[in-house]
Design a protein around this ligand. Sequence first.
Ligand code: FES
Length: 90
Amino acid sequence: MKKIKVTICTGTACYVLGNSQLLVMKDDLKPELLKWIDFEGSNCLKYCKDASFGKAPFVLINGKLMAQATGPKVKDEIERLYLDMLDGGE
Ligand code: FES
């Protein structure tokens, strides 16, 4: 199974709007799920420069953009992808 890649923008706009809180969400994830996730931080992903992408904070999950990311939203998406993987999906 391929790991789920979670890129958290740590640029100023995203940081100020709450991305600094996102890693706390890791504590809510089941340990068996955590080993299937690669978390990484990134400098400004540039989505904050164009309103058509939505509002910061931004997170990429397997390359898919999530705007207005919150801990619960990111956790739900990770769990959904994990279940898909278990089913032989992605
Ligand atoms: S600061 Fe996050 S996309 Fe620019």
